[in-house]
Design a protein around this ligand. Sequence first.
Ligand code: ATP
Ligand code: MG
Ligand code: MG
Length: 548
Amino acid sequence: NKTSSSNFIKNIVAEDLKEGRVQEIATRFPPEPNGYLHIGHAKSICLNFELADDFKGRTNLRFDDTNPAKEDTEYVESIQEDVRWLGFDWEELRFASDYFEELYDRAVLLIKKGKAYVCDLSAEQMRETRGTLTQPGQDSPYRSRSVEENLDLFARMRAGEFPDGAKVLRAKIDMASPNINLRDPVLYRISHAHHHRTGDAWCIYPMYDYAHPISDAIEGITHSICTLEFADHRPLYDWAIAECEMDAVPHQYEFARLNVTNTVMSKRKLKLLVDENVVDGWDDPRMPTISGLRRKGFTPESIRAFCREIGVAKAYSIVDERMLEHFIREDLKLKALRTMAVLQPLKVVITNYPEGQTELLEAENNAENEEMGKRQIPFSREIYIEQDDFMENPPAKYFRLFPGNEVRLKHAYFITCQEVIKDEAGNVVELRCTYDPETKSGSGFNARKVKGTIHWVEASQAVPADFRLFEPLITNEAEEEDKPFLECINPNSQVVQSGFVEPNMKGIAGGEKFQFFRHGYFNVDPKDSTGDKLVFNRIVSMKSSFDP
Ligand code: ATP
Ligand code: MG
Ligand code: MG
């Protein structure tokens, strides 16, 4: 495994180790199990795991499961699968819910120290009294409750005596703090919701800003890395660690979250696409989820290389989606078999080829990687070519097939278009061509040259296949228009074409990746592909106008 390139967090870690502030570094990846992981999470996963790897430290996978209404075991499982698939192994699998008892005890400690109180204000009232950037907040009338009363009320909150929203536990910090996060933030709320792990054992749940630092400290995390939105929460993070008298003192560092052009990066919105059946589940190949990218055909190596390339910065930026595509092309270039697929078939009859005869032609499997060897492909009187590779009335500089023109069939012979067959509606349904046996590929023929080379598949043995071509589900432009999210969906986000692949591809397994001559890289869809019909997802087209 390559190590991550230098970044500001890595420099901090190196310095901490050098100065002896920490003996061993420990990081964690802390997803909330309320959806599937997306490419943004991949950045955080790579950052945390590779940082620990670089310094021989450890990384925990910790589920931040403090919001039972939105969480589910399905997500817990998919997240583990995705992290493993990316190639990472966690030291320990933990759940914030493992710490509910300790979190409760530490909250009791805060109450005893006069650092927390039970407040009866509604969420609305709390918002109204929190003040603004320029105005201090107002003390809650419940701020002066005695320790005894707070202990009693907090115990009764836990015992289930109060309905949702009736009371909260708040930190007693400073209602006039210039940092609004320190104006007596909520530590616990009441929620009579069933938790996917603790069931109905609890009806009060800790808030992220409280659960997170304490969980980090319990696990001995040294460097707690999160995204920039939490920079203003850092004083609260440090307050919780100090006031709860934690032995270990983790530190929080913030980096800029990943944004990618034309890519939805919010679990809430992605969930909406799933719930509204806009897509075929979280792993729909159009989804920017790890499972969607996997199903589309991305490899862990390509995603990790991408994350390494974009690096870790403190400043907001948006990464071009073509950057991710660049890395999958790079990864598959020498690995993928290069074969021929016809996405929109047009039948060609080679009139001077003997009827009933089939010959086998030799084709290299990857022109850039000889080690991949060669394969045999059948050729006969009837083949399919791409509809786009024929034009009845071509413009200048069109070098593919048109009446009277000669082209090269990749790995085969030169053919010349002699006749165009149309149906009653005037659509071209078949071409009659002749071939020149002298021009066989590999024979060294060079008496004349042709300008166009097209691909083809022998008709009698061709394997039927569907090809899914993708565009962004939602473009940045569409999202900027002032319309509801679901009305911004690109109607052409998936187009399916039905054609053929070479006969040697019969029975290939889901997840296998190919480069189809001129069409790009494709993955066998692991869910929808069957013995009777192969389904291919286009990972990326051939060309890139982008080089990072
Ligand atoms: P979303 O906004 O999509 O719901 P989230 O931050 O709420 O994401 P979590 O499950 O809490 O989702 O995220 C787990 C970790 O992944 C957090 O540490 C978070 O900072 C990080 N993360 C989430 N989105 C991104 C992103 N776009 N870029 C980098 N890191 C991210
Ligand atoms: Mg979160
Ligand atoms: Mg979230």
